[in-house]
Ligand binder design. Structure first.
Ligand SMILES: [Zn+2]
Length: 310
């Protein structure tokens, strides 16, 4: 490395380290009244940060099929399918967000029963400059395989494997992105949030610049914390207000979450192959309750995020 380049790198790293020691990146989430300061070497929400666009992603689409990989195909119940239920909830959520959260636009990644690829969903989110991504899904359990005795042969019992539906899953589950990040995701982050929401360098970022890489990593941490914060709020509304059972919040490597350069939560609204949950998910009352809970959580989240950056 040339001396000049090395000096420049050391200088920028020193500036960054000094900043990080004074303003840890998660501080605006946890310290009331903290006021992040924006300058050339910081990555913080701009002053007067407002949530203006929320992306609603109704899971799946296309032909329903049961008992197959959940994230490639939609789940099915005894009389309904995930593609229809999630679309109905998403439309209600879109209307409720625009009515309840003044000035917020809610953009859908799917408005028909046709499937939309994960790549396209993330693209829609980023093109619309979404600041939050909420994916709506229904859960289901795969069939259980049991051994059934079918007779005897040479005085020995004969068994066969039989698939039986497992309807024991019940309640909600929140998923946030975890595990490894890809180069593509880093690019999405650089192209969207870092460039748009902050004035890091006043211009385009060099993805190979070590400072940029450090800042990008910090941003990823910020999305993760914000995603967990929102997931926690939604989960609490489901359990405390609606009395729903919950499997909690889990981190999982999900394409559509990691490729959207914004805090993202995947909401499993219930088990469609559980008779009680299927009835709830298909009822007006159930759908309205789910939507109201998500909107209350969004309202708290929005207020918190906008307050800390004033
Ligand atoms: Zn799903």
């Amino acid at each position: 490395m040339k001396n000049k380049a090395l000096k420049r790198l050391i200088y920028r790293l020193c500036v960054l380290l000094v900043f990080l020691s004074v303003h840890p990146f998660n501080s605006f989430c946890s310290i009331p009244g903290s006021r992040p300061v924006a300058n050339r070497d910081t990555v913080v929400p701009a002053t007067g940060f407002k949530i203006k666009t929320i992306i609603i992603d109704p899971g799946h689409g296309g032909k329903p099929s049961s008992n197959v990989g959940h994230y490639s195909h939609g789940a099915s119940g005894s009389y309904s399918s995930e593609r229809n239920v999630t679309l109905a909830i998403a439309f209600k959520l879109q209307a409720a967000i625009e009515k309840e959260l003044g000035g917020v636009k809610a953009v859908m990644t799917r408005t028909t029963e046709d499937d939309v690829s994960f790549e396209r969903r993330a693209q829609i989110a980023n093109e619309n400059k979404g600041q939050l991504f909420i994916s709506i899904h229904c859960n289901s359990l795969s069939d259980r395989v049991i051994r059934e005795r079918v007779g005897t042969k040479h005085k020995k019992p004969v068994y066969r494997s039989v698939r039986v539906p497992d309807r024991s899953g019940k309640g909600v589950l929140m998923l946030v992105y975890g595990l490894h990040r890809t180069r593509e995701e880093e690019k999405a982050i650089q192209n969207n949030q870092v460039g748009e929401e902050t004035e890091l360098d006043g211009g385009a970022l060099d993805p190979d610049d070590p400072t940029t890489i450090i800042l990008t990593n910090e941003y990823k941490r910020k999305f993760r914390l914000q995603s967990i914060k929102l997931a926690t709020l939604i989960n609490s509304e489901f359990t405390d207000t609606d009395g729903r059972k919950s499997e909690g919040i889990r981190e999982q490597g999900i394409y559509v979450l990691c490729h959207s350069a914004m805090p993202s939560v995947l909401v499993e609204t219930g088990y469609i192959n559980n008779p009680d949950d299927e009835k709830y998910l298909n009822s007006e009352e159930g759908q309205n309750e789910i939507v109201a809970s998500i909107v209350r959580a969004l309202s708290i989240y929005k207020k918190d995020m906008e307050q800390v950056s004033q």
